[in-house]
Design a protein around this ligand. Sequence first.
Ligand code: MTE
Ligand code: MOS
Length: 750
Amino acid sequence: MKNIDSIGHVTGKSVYLDDIPTLRGTLHASILGSTVASGKIVRFDTSKALELEGVERIITYNDITGENQIGGIIEDEPLFADHEVHFHGQPIAIAVATSEFIARKAVSLIEVEYEEHTPVVNPREAQQKGLLLIPPRTFKMGSVDETWAKCKYIFEGSVEMGGQEHLYIETQGSYAYPIENGYIKVHSSTQGPTAVQKTISRVLGIPMHLIEVDVVRLGGGFGGKEDQASGFAAMAALAAHILQKPVKLVLPRHDDMRMTGKRHPYSADFRIGLSADYKILAYQTTLYQNGGAAADLSPAIMERTLFHSTGAYFIPNTQVTVYSCKTNLPPNTAFRGFGGPQGMFVIESAIAKAANELGVPTTSIQEANLLKEKDEFQYGQIAENVNIGECFRTASDKYELKKLQSDIDNFNSQNKYQKRGLALMPLCFGISFTNTSMNQARALVHIYQDGSVSVSTGVIEMGQGVNTKLAQIASQMLGIGIDKVKIHSTNTSRVANTSPTAASSGADLNGNALVIALKALIARLKDVAAEITGSKAEQIEFVNEEVTANGKSTGLSWKKLVQTAHFKRVCLTENGHYATPTIFFDKTKEKGHPFAYHVYGTAAIAVTVDCIRGTYVIDDVLIIHDFGNSINPTIDLGQVEGAVVQGIGWATLEELAYNEKGKLLSNSLSTYKVPDIYFAPKTLKCEALNTKGPELAVFKSKAVGEPPFMYGIAAYFAIQNAIKSFNANYKPDFDLPMTPEKVLMRLYGG
Ligand code: MTE
Ligand code: MOS
């Protein structure tokens, strides 16, 4: 089945925040951001801006009716800077005016003088200075200290990883308007409507029940709107609250790029110890997370880095520490993979380093250490239904990777200035919010008198196709056409206290809540049907909008059944509540069973490097992925394709550049390069590993949103392998992204 949004999207009829018709008298806001990364505000003069015709108000921290605080996990982030600024682009004020143009002009007329301080942009420097967002955390298993002596080989190294701009097509934005008696309605491009509601409640100083947040869909979020939408929504809501007028705030791309946090850059050191037969016996790593100027989601992201620091491998002795470092960058935030990619890149670097030093193929070390059934993760969970070995070997067989490697070797021996490279990336990604209490969701279902069905849940549609999956679930379970099911906007007045749509668990959590609501409705309707048809409830089924008993038609239509149920005063509304069973985590011991299940797969990526220019082409991406029993293979394949290309972008082209003063230099699409259609892999094959799928996945269809992102890591090592065959003096290093400039220097460097 196709995505129910596809026609709306290609005809431009789908409604995004900026398409919502505005009310008469709507005002527009624009943000004044700091032009220094660290300093004190010594002069602030709005007089010229206020003289401008059409300017209604300049709003600063002084005007906040509640608290100047938007920190979600840790209360360390003001909505508007008061006296100090901690990152370039940090919001100081908004100008509210009759048009967006005037609002922007007003911002440019506000005069600000700073006493500039030297910013810290490097996480290691921050850690040395004791600038941490939260205390460090360590995961360990066995004892590395007792194991080093038993290792035949030990290798050490350092790793650098850059951040990544989300580049959702729709920028951050919000539209807020007062309704009556202090009630305010807010449209926000957010992954977390409840977070928006809570933040507004705090900033405005009004209770949550006076705030309604509504989201139809996002033009992409990728994690960037899990937490960071809240501040922008609070600005629009605050202005609407103060002025008692509708206020719209949509960020221009340039503001969005410089003001919002991104994927965390990390820096890391590793030590890896192997036995004579290449079993990894011990692995120790310390990671420095570049958190930016406030905690945002960094503590949770750091946790997922810890969970995924051993990748798809079983390592009996580990010790992994992460420092969440406070720097003068915009607060970095969630991005597809949520710290997982960074943890995995380090273990893959350690393995690549070992392979290089030992002169063996990386794949031989990878394969020798893949997780097996009942292996223990360093966080205490026992691995179940593990099929990473099968994925790895199936990829090798199905895509004839041995032959591909020898073709590549032949090619390389025959071509001087073109070199090819191949690398594999085995994947193991845990599904569930690592914060156990967030693993809950609700679904509100109404069956109307004509038999049509309305579904509201806490999930946000952001392009991942979750609404289509929900509609399929309702249609399948009720035996009615998909045209009879409407998935409504996500609204805090209909479904409350929602977790953000994140951690790839939107479909699982909200889908399972929907299943619970539907089961209750079905049970009630079966009783009614049994009564009407004189059969037993267990014999009743709903098929093609008809009621059957014992598999035979009863002549009773779905519509008639619903009408009769209503006349009999049977409730046709149900609220389903789901909380993932079996999961828990004890932070004092750093052990538990945090994930409902894991997603496995393997990707092989082959590239060709132009050894004169340093440029490269991604030739083949060949994937074996465990989807479980996919509820919608087309949508799931789309998720794999999008995620892989985004992952390759992170590993290769996408380079965030800041100057020494902490100003983002790559602040537009002319300087920040992302994969385009020409750069996309020439072939991308993805085959499903046939598995039953876990009970805890909705309809046994595994979560798919984030995991394939990490396949992109293979592109880094494929390019590295190509460079090795050109330049024998090149000592493989680990400094992601592998941009063409870096390739060129490594092709000719010593
Ligand atoms: N796909 C599209 N098209 N747009 C997005 O913004 N976000 C990704 C992924 N796929 C995203 C996407 C991220 S970061 C997550 S966590 C999941 O979708 C969230 O949705 P799910 O839980 O329904 O998989
Ligand atoms: Mo996704 S990074 O969990 O929003």
